[in-house]
Design a protein around this ligand. Structure first.
Ligand code: SAH
Length: 226
C-alpha cells in the first residue's frame, strides 16, 4: 500500500511515520507513506495556500489551486483508489471501514487546516471524506495519521503476530478481553487462575465470555448488530 498525504505541515507527521510499526512496514516493503508539502504547489511568491473566506467571517480557507495542482501531479504518476479528505463531517471511521480500505493499493489523503478547504476541492477532487470522530481538531494531520495507522497495521505481515490484528476489539463484533503479563501476583493483585492453567480450551472459553461481557457493558450496540 502507498499513501500520499497532502499537508501544510509535513513536519508534524514525519516522526510518527518514522517509528515503530509504521517504520517496520516500510522497511519490509509492505507500506510507504509519502508526505507532500502543499506549499510546493503554491503559485504565490510567498507560498501562500490559504486566503480569506468569500462573504467574510473568521478564519482562513485553503485555496483550490495548490491542492488541484498537487492532486493532478500525483495522479499523473499512478492511479489512486481514493482521494480522501479528512473532515469532521465525513463518514465516521470504524473497524469495518478500515478493513475494507486496507486492501487498497494507492491512497491520497488531504489534511485540511484553518476553516477547511474551498468547497470546490471537495466537489471536484475528492472521492471520499472521512471523520475520525464527532469533535473538531485544528488540522487534518492527526486524522490522516490515525487513518493511515488503522489501515497499515491490517496489512498481512506488518504486525509480528499476524493473528494479533484479528483478535483486536471490533474484529469479531466484540471488544477484546482483558490481557495480563508477568508477574502472576503483584501487590496482592492476582492474574485470573484460568489463564495460568495451560488449558487452551478453557482459556479460549474464558476469553470469549469476558469479551461478550465487556461488550455488553461498554458497547451494547455491537451485540444488537450481530
Ligand atoms: N470548519 C470545519 C473544521 C475545520 S478543522 C468544520 O466546522 O467542519 C480543520 C481541519 O482539521 C479540517 O479541514 C480537517 O481536515 C481536520 N479535522 C478536524 N477535525 C477532524 C475530524 N474529527 N476528523 C477528520 N478531520 C478533522
Amino acid at each position: 500500500m502507498r499513501i500520499d498525504i497532502l499537508t501544510a505541515l509535513p513536519a508534524l507527521l514525519e516522526s510518527y511515520f518514522n517509528d515503530s510499526i509504521l517504520l517496520r512496514a516500510r522497511k519490509k516493503g509492505l507500506a510507504e507513506v509519502h508526505l507532500h508539502d502543499l506549499r510546493t504547489w503554491s503559485t504565490d511568491k510567498h507560498e501562500r495556500i490559504d486566503d480569506y473566506a468569500f462573504g467574510g467571517g473568521a478564519g482562513m480557507v485553503m485555496m483550490v489551486e495548490p491542492i488541484h495542482r498537487a492532486v493532478v501531479h500525483l495522479k499523473e504518476e499512478r492511479p489512486y483508489d481514493e482521494v480522501i479528505y479528512m473532515s469532521p463531517d465525513g463518514d465516521l471511521l470504524d473497524q469495518p471501514m478500515a478493513n475494507r480500505m486496507s486492501t487498497h493499493t494507492n491512497l491520497m489523503i488531504l489534511a485540511g487546516h484553518y476553516k477547511g478547504v474551498d468547497e470546490r476541492v471537495r466537489e471536484h477532487l475528492i472521492s471520499k471524506e472521512i471523520s475520525i470522530g464527532n469533535f473538531v481538531l485544528s488540522g487534518g494531520e492527526l486524522p490522516a495519521a490515525v487513518l493511515s495507522d488503522a489501515l497499515i497495521r491490517l496489512i498481512p505481515g506488518v504486525l509480528n503476530d499476524e493473528t494479533s490484528a484479528l483478535s483486536d476489539s471490533f474484529q469479531d463484533g466484540l471488544l477484546a478481553p482483558p490481557v495480563y503479563t508477568r508477574p502472576s501476583e503483584y501487590n496482592g493483585w492476582q492474574v485470573p487462575e484460568v489463564l495460568q492453567s495451560g488449558h487452551a480450551a478453557r482459556i479460549a472459553d474464558w476469553r470469549h465470555q469476558q469479551a461478550v461481557e465487556r461488550t455488553r457493558q461498554r458497547r451494547p450496540g455491537l451485540l444488537d448488530k450481530g
